[in-house]
Design a protein around this ligand. Structure first.
Ligand code: DQA
Length: 161
């Protein structure tokens, strides 16, 4: 099982940018914690950050046939990008959207997510801890998918016998 974590523009500046909103943790520290959880659960994990919309779309497309789950914080593109939304819909991989801040308590232009309707779930406002919650969430989704596949295989085998 493989999870891909996709981070949008300016998230490479975490730990520096607007610490009163995003906290003091650096992206590498967040990723190190996620990697630990992945290792504990025997799951492969890959991290990707870009400031460019097209690169984020390319990365989502690359997940097709490769990844079983996506955790994404599209950052500012959350509010504008039909292209990222379409890419998530196109690959059909269970995706969790994360926002460090509570976008629904902020400026009006941040209160709309173009991405949320194509995601399995959204986690907002927990600070960097939201990424940990997303890991737990995606692991749960993956184990439910695996259990459903196994049940289907068992039913097929019983039918053939
Ligand atoms: C963000 C919220 C966005 O509105 C903002 O543009 C970001 C970060 C968050 O994680 O809270 O860059 O996605």
């Amino acid at each position: 099982m493989k999870i891909v974590v996709i981070q949008g523009p300016n998230l490479n500046m975490l730990g520096v940018r607007e610490q009163h909103i995003y906290g003091g943790m650096k992206l590498e520290q967040i990723h190190a914690q996620m990697k630990e959880v992945a290792t504990q659960n025997g799951v492969e994990i890959e991290f990707f950050q870009s400031n460019l919309e097209g690169e984020l779309v390319d990365k989502i497309q690359e997940c097709y046939g490769e990844a079983h789950g996506i955790i994404i914080n599209p950052a500012a593109y959350t509010h504008t990008s039909i292209a990222i939304r379409d890419a998530i819909a196109a690959v059909g991989i269970p995706t969790i959207e994360v926002h460090i801040s509570n976008i629904y308590r902020r400026e009006e232009f941040r209160q709309k997510s173009m991405i949320a309707p194509v995601c399995a779930s959204s986690i907002v406002g927990f600070g960097p801890f939201g990424y940990h919650l997303a890991m737990i969430g995606i692991l749960q989704i993956l184990s439910e998918i695996r259990a459903a596949q196994e049940a289907q295989m068992r039913a097929q085998t019983a039918q053939e016998a």
